[in-house]
Write a protein that binds this ligand. Structure first.
Ligand code: HEC
Length: 211
């Protein structure tokens, strides 16, 4: 028994020493352009999925998620705050998305985890995910109702053509989620929503964004 305990202790000490060596030596690769090893990736992914699944169980989706008004309002906010990372119908990729690790999922495609999807999306949008590019939008002052509107829109987006997407965004109130009121300071002169086709947008100012 004593020998066994000594063995456990020795293993622990070696484990802590290896951990400290990894942390302090500076050899761990934190760059976003090299992926994690399969083991680390698996560990992080499982931790994330279990944590979200557990918390999303507590979230009750409103009954009127298919409501056209919700979808319309959600479209404008999605285009203003999310599209750059999560794409839109007809948009193949974006510069920021190509560089992010983990890559933001393409939300214009049907979700790969359809179970409890609305609650899951609500929880993730509200709280964000640590050490990824996904912000906690509640910290930016976005209210729960506006988050549900975006969730409502997300349920529809995979079925939209690029034209239908643009029409819906144009019909919405643009960027209008409550919370932060001075949109001019936050989002440029108009404070509105980018409505031009995704491909044409963002690259029309040759002196500005030109690489
Ligand atoms: C700066 C980039 C960025 C922006 C902007 C962003 N996200 Fe994300 N989002 C991410 C990343 C990265 C992930 C994946 C995190 C991970 O894999 O752990 C993610 C994950 C998600 C997921 C989970 C998808 C799934 O089922 O796994 C949802 C839903 C989501 N984001 C919605 C939104 C919405 C809605 C907005 C706008 C209000 C938004 N995101 C803005 C980067 C972003």
């Amino acid at each position: 028994m004593k020998r066994f305990l000594m063995g456990v202790l020795a293993t622990l000490v070696v484990g802590v020493a290896i951990g400290a060596a990894v942390v302090y030596s500076g050899t761990f690769d934190v760059s976003a352009d090299t992926p994690h090893s399969p083991l680390v990736h698996r560990l992080i992914e499982t931790t994330r999925e279990r944590a979200i699944e557990r918390r999303a169980r507590e979230v009750a989706a409103p009954a009127n998620l298919a409501d056209a008004e919700r979808v319309r309002r959600g479209a404008g906010n999605y285009a203003a705050m999310c599209m750059e990372c999560h794409l839109a119908p007809g948009q193949a990729n974006s510069e920021i998305r190509m560089g992010l690790y983990p890559a933001p999922p393409d939300l214009a495609r049907p979700a790969s985890t359809p179970e409890n999807i609305a609650a899951r999306q609500f929880w993730i949008i509200k709280h964000g995910i640590k050490a990824t590019g996904m912000p906690a939008w509640s910290k930016g002052g976005i209210e729960d109702e506006a988050i549900w509107d975006m969730v409502a829109f997300l349920q529809q987006m995979p079925a939209l053509t690029p034209g239908q997407y643009l029409a819906l965004v144009e019909s919405s109130d643009g960027h209008s989620h409550g919370g932060i009121t001075d949109m001019k300071d936050m989002h440029g002169e108009s404070g509105g929503t980018p409505t031009a086709p995704p491909k044409a947008r963002g690259h029309d100012n040759s002196d500005g964004h030109a690489h």
